[in-house]
Design a protein. Structure first.
Length: 666
């Protein structure tokens, strides 16, 4: 009895400590460290599960779990000088993967991570493709038979019944600016390559295959013109699908299923949202009747194949991810998962999909929960249930402590539709100090319903986070996207301000606000302080595009990764022509307008960034100092366009939180 009393006292004490701990927000490391489970992939038979995880070690390794009766986990690969990345099953007896160095900074040469192959038990480890900047394999010995780093994985074909596949399809890309891609078959056991036997159209820069690895679509690029060509089942010759300018392709290539059907995205109305259709080869155009329509959103997703013929379904993203299953068995499994885990997105991947012995892996996640993995076996081993938990993606994240993410559609000042995301603690009362978080790109979609580290971190510090999908953002129709052309600092910036004013009018945000963002979001932060100084008490800009002249024209003295094709054909139309639009560019370039920035500003850059080189920050810092507003200045050695090292992500987050607290006092 005394022992039980001591245990009860210890538990009570623990609960008091835990309660006190909950009063303080979780440390930044909880949000910005690498996830506990980075990948989980079922083998082709569904009998094994490959997981990449640090598993309590300093580096991410690869482990394989036998899902059969009495099956045991196997630590397959663990390197001292790299982290396993993007694992794939070639067959049940062979995996391939790449290796990056997550401790080395995002600006280091991790862009070509090589390719390795290994058996599930760790035997017959073989390096196939050299890592950029790393001429030796992990044990330090040299192997001159390795393919050079300019080879990348294109696809892993799905095994055919009765065949023991050992090959994957790779491409060798040219080292000039054209990046012409030549496909090859690579044997993962011998390292030998062979030709695909398919004639390659000129100027091919990308490929689309079916599930068996057959080359079906060639994507071309030459002198500002893009094109697509088709090679159907049983055909050798390539047939043109379209040729167009860089920004006006008549439709997008989505996927090819194993029945030889081509799926494309198109806009039925010139300014409307994309839908998904099959391509009609008889009439040389997409079918007029769409397969999938997502009103208010472009169809953005992928066709789901299992290597057995026509597609099983389509995974799409509206405000959140969902799956349109064509297969009735898969539709029933989705319904079962959604009943078991209500309030979650239950994303299913499967093997022998829809068959009586199907095996599926389900990731259940929400806006407050990064996710938990579940294994479903239609015919489980004796003594096991159909559903088994695999593990949590981030163990340290406590969903009860996280904020909610809501999606709103509001009207901009000119009446245009403006999607806005709002992250806010469910326990918050009344208007909160606000951080307007502007996404990068800018020609991308900013967010989707789920758990997001930056917004959750800021919400945990007492702020409401406002994220506008300003015009120019993708995913919301062609009109919304095109409305951002040549609107840097203008209508795009007005959308950002309108989102904050809406939140204040709704009683969501108080009159205390700061603006923050990276890349284009950093540019928008600077322009927000220039154009709408009354709205923002401070700004935080990292990797910020600050000099539009440097961005559009480049410099002999500054090394960046923006292609001559982009500068010649795309940027003049999307941002502005350096000569014809010189006045507009000067009026909306933060370096030129730095004297108008009066609010406190935190600037952070990666010293090895080639997308937005450090020169942008240095020129802005100089201009701000000359204007009498010296910014808080941070740079991180080895980092590129994004902070890849955990300690740098945590350091920047803590410094940002301290800076915001000075001016917002949450």
């Amino acid at each position: 009895m005394e022992t039980l009393k001591r245990c009860a006292g210890a538990v009570a004490g623990f609960l008091l400590v835990a309660s006190a701990a909950r009063a303080a927000p979780p440390p930044a490391e909880v949000f910005f460290k690498d996830p506990g489970i980075t990948e989980a992939v079922l083998s082709p038979s569904g009998r094994m599960l490959a997981v990449t995880s640090a598993l309590g070690l300093k580096r991410i390794g690869l482990a394989v779990f036998d899902l059969g009766p009495g099956g045991k986990p196997m630590r397959t690969v663990q390197f001292a000088d790299g982290d396993v990345w993007r694992a794939h099953w070639v067959n049940d007896g062979r995996l391939i993967f790449s290796v990056v160095d997550l401790s080395d900074g995002s600006g280091r040469p991790n862009g070509a991570p090589g390719l390795y192959a290994v058996n599930p038990d760790g035997s017959q480890l073989r390096q196939l493709v050299r890592r950029m900047g790393r001429p030796f394999i992990s044990d330090g010995s040299r192997d001159d038979r390795l393919l050079e780093w300019n080879h990348r994985l294109l696809t892993v074909p799905k095994p055919r019944a009765g065949e023991a596949n050992e090959e994957v399809l790779i491409t060798e890309f040219s080292l000039d600016e054209r990046h012409i891609e030549t496909p090859l078959w690579l044997n993962t056991r011998t390292g030998r390559t062979r030709s695909t036997g398919v004639d390659m159209p000129r100027d091919t820069v990308g490929w689309v295959t079916d599930g068996r690895g057959e080359l079906r679509v060639a994507l071309t690029l030459h002198e500002g013109r893009r094109g697509a060509l088709w090679r159907g089942p049983g055909q050798q010759d390539w047939q043109p699908l379209y040729e167009s300018g860089l920004l006006d392709a008549p439709f997008g290539i989505n996927a090819v299923d194993d029945a030889g059907q081509l799926y494309v995205t198109r806009a039925p109305r010139k300014d409307g949202e994309n839908v998904l259709s099959l391509y009609d080869f008889e009439h040389h155009a997409p079918n007029a009747k769409p397969l999938v329509v997502t009103p208010g959103f472009d169809v953005n997703g992928r066709v789901l194949n299992d290597g057995a013929g026509a597609a099983l379904g389509v995974r799409v993203v509206t405000d959140a991810e969902s799956t349109v299953w064509f297969n009735p068995v898969m539709k029933a499994l989705q319904q079962e998962a959604d009943v078991r885990m209500p309030g979650y997105i239950n994303s299913i991947s499967c093997r022998r999909c829809g068959q009586p012995d199907m095996v599926a892996l389900v990731r259940a996640y929400s806006d407050r929960d990064p996710g938990e993995l579940w294994l479903y076996q239609a015919q489980p081993p004796e003594g096991e249930k159909n559903w088994r938990p695999v593990g949590r993606v981030r163990n340290e994240v406590k969903p009860a402590e996280m904020a909610q993410l809501d999606f709103q559609r509001i009207k901009a000042r000119d009446g245009a539709d403006l999607p806005v995301w709002v992250t806010r603690s469910p326990a918050a009362k009344g208007a909160l100090p606000a951080v307007v978080l502007v996404h990068g790109g800018p020609w991308v979609r900013g967010s989707v319903w789920g758990w997001h580290a930056e917004a959750q971190f800021l919400a945990s510090r007492g702020y409401v986070v406002i994220e506008p999908e300003f015009r120019g953002s993708t995913g919301y129709g062609h009109a919304h996207y095109k409305a951002g052309f040549k609107q840097f600092g203008q209508a795009m910036q007005d959308d950002v301000a309108d989102a904050l004013r809406w939140a204040q009018a709704q009683g969501i945000a108080s009159d205390k606000a700061c603006i923050a963002g990276s890349s284009y979001g950093g540019y928008s932060t600077l322009m927000g302080l220039i154009k709408d100084p009354e709205l923002y008490r401070c700004g935080v800009a990292w990797m910020a595009l600050a000099d539009l002249d440097l961005y559009l024209s480049g410099s002999w003295w500054v090394n960046d990764d923006i292609s001559s094709t982009g500068r010649k054909y795309s940027l003049p139309e999307m941002v502005g022509d350096a000569e014809k639009d010189a006045a507009m560019i000067a009026a909306n370039s933060p370096v030129r307008q730095a004297a108008r920035i009066k609010a406190p500003l935190l600037l952070a850059f990666g010293e090895a960034d080639r997308r937005v080189p450090l020169a942008h920050g240095e020129r802005l810092r100089k201009a701000l100092r000359e204007a009498g507003n010296d910014p808080v200045w941070l740079t991180y050695p080895g980092e590129g366009h994004g902070f890849g090292i955990v300690k740098n992500r945590v350091d920047f987050a803590d410094r940002m939180a301290a800076f915001l607290a000075q001016y917002l006092q949450p």
